[in-house]
Design a protein around this ligand. Structure first.
Ligand SMILES: NC(=O)c1ccc[n+]([C@@H]2O[C@H](COP(=O)([O-])OP(=O)(O)OC[C@H]3O[C@@H](n4cnc5c(N)ncnc54)[C@H](O)[C@@H]3O)[C@@H](O)[C@H]2O)c1
Length: 311
């Protein structure tokens, strides 16, 4: 079984590549543009077990060549940082929407068995109480989540129009090894390691449901192999925490002072709370394995052991 993993040199994609190499016999091809968020070093320890193609999902010729002869495709490739999307929305529309459309075109034209689109809980928007199921309407708030939502509706349209063999997973906020330090957890770990301030948005009370990336990777593989075509599967960690709680936990683990906390102006359009109901994927046999506190300690330790990749 030949599996193409787009965006496999970025954070979650590279965790997924490691998960595949360590646990399964699929032939793995990583396809990645190598933007600032990627690093070929992340794949150093598996480089003899995979094929790597440098390519761009917004380039039709690159996509056409890479998808030929593949059996399955998992698309992690995207622009992913909300703050960057507020500065430059067009880049997000190009990669996340047009890039996905290029992939879908060759999924339907070639004999590909399954295509999994990696999406996010952010497409649902903010929720005050309760949790989103896959039946809820999407209502994105940022240019990032709007671009991801655009990709999701295209994936669904390709299923309805062409019966393309597609599925979608929507996970909550990931953390773990190999994440470029611009998002909350890796930024705060690497800043605290260097005694730099930790910039907390607004009142620090925004809630996210955190999932350890290796748990998400197991969920993605479950959906890919056991999910029903045309369906969406939520993958939530079940660890709702506000940003200030996370900040204190990181400072505690690193034994750094609270004086490093610096409150800054809130992000524009900042969603207050995300929460996912993952019952549908639980029914396929998946649940998270990791306890949040243990996974956070592992993550901190990984950044301490790999400073040359980030500092
Ligand atoms: N990080 C999270 O918390 C989170 C949560 C839910 C869903 N997601 C989704 O998971 C996927 C992966 O997220 P991540 O955090 O690993 O992102 P990331 O930014 O760390 O990695 C993105 C990868 O895509 C590659 N890429 C970007 N543009 C490309 C292009 N045009 N062609 C080919 N490759 C390209 C980059 O080089 C990088 O390797 C994304 O689709 C994201 O929307 C992320």
């Amino acid at each position: 079984m030949k599996m193409l993993i787009t965006g496999g040199a970025g954070f979650i994609g590279c965790n997924f590549v490691h998960h595949m190499v360590e646990n399964y016999d699929h032939e793995i091809v990583v396809f990645d543009k190598l933007t600032y968020a990627a690093n070929p070093e992340y794949l150093k320890d598996v480089k003899d077990k995979i094929e790597f193609i440098k390519g761009d999902i917004t380039n039709v010729e690159d996509v056409k060549k890479a998808l030929k002869d593949c059996d399955m495709v998992v698309n992690f490739a995207a622009e992913t940082h909300v703050d960057r999307s507020i500065e430059e929305p067009g880049v997000f529309v190009k990669t996340d929407v047009i890039g996905t459309c290029n992939l879908l075109e060759y999924i339907r034209k070639y004999d590909i068995e399954r295509y999994l689109q990696i999406s996010t809980d952010e497409v649902y928007g903010s929720i005050e109480n309760g949790s989103f199921t896959e039946e809820n309407c999407i209502d994105p708030s940022s240019p990032y989540s709007a671009s991801k939502a655009g990709a999701d509706v295209l994936v669904k349209a390709y299923y309805k129009t062409y019966q393309a063999p597609v599925l979608i997973t929507r996970s909550s906020n990931n953390f773990g090894p190999y994440q470029y330090p611009e998002k909350l957890i890796p930024l705060f770990i690497t800043n605290a390691m260097q005694d730099k301030p930790l910039p907390v948005y607004g009142d620090g009370q925004n809630i996210r449901d955190w999932i350890y990336a290796p748990d998400n990777c197991r969920g993605i593989y479950t959906a890919l192999m056991k999910g029903k075509l045309g369906e969406v599967y939520n993958i939530g960690g079940g660890n709702e925490k506000n940003n200030l709680e996370i900040t204190h936990m990181i400072l505690d683990i690193l034994k750094k002072p609270e004086s490093l906390i610096k409150f800054v102006d809130d992000r524009l359009g900042h969603d207050r709370r995300y929460s996912l109901d993952s019952t549908k994927l639980n029914k396929l046999g998946w649940k998270p394995k990791w306890k949040f506190e243990d996974a956070l300690r592992e993550t901190v330790q990984w950044y301490q052991e790999n400073p040359s990749l980030f500092l």
